[in-house]
Design a protein around this ligand. Structure first.
Ligand code: HEC
Length: 71
């Protein structure tokens, strides 16, 4: 989950949650809202969750961009 900011004000939220085993965007639930506009809400099997969120996130590691390193 990440908060979306306009300056220091939170204007929206983006969520990606892996819901099943698998190596494609359809294994993830995608949600994004900015203000009153809903950009994605559903599995990455079709529509915006697939073509918008999934396509870009496919360049991450298992659809995740933020790297977490062990210390
Ligand atoms: C043009 C490419 C692009 C698109 C389209 C895109 N993202 Fe991302 N997303 C990124 C990048 C790059 C990061 C890591 C940097 C950051 O957090 O800003 C990220 C980070 C995230 C994160 C934090 C976890 C992570 O992977 O690092 C979530 C959750 C997320 N995006 C959800 C979404 C959702 C939901 C959509 C569709 C509405 C979406 N993204 C569309 C590029 C994209």
């Amino acid at each position: 989950m990440k908060e979306l900011y306009d300056g220091d004000r939170i204007t929206g939220y983006a969520v990606a949650r892996k819901v099943t085993a698998g190596a494609d965007a359809g294994a993830w639930y995608w949600y994004e809202r900015i203000g009153a506009t809903l950009y994605a809400d559903g599995l990455g099997t079709e529509n915006a969750p697939k073509t918008l969120c999934g396509d870009c996130h496919s360049r991450g590691t298992d659809f995740v961009y933020t790297a977490v390193s062990a210390r």
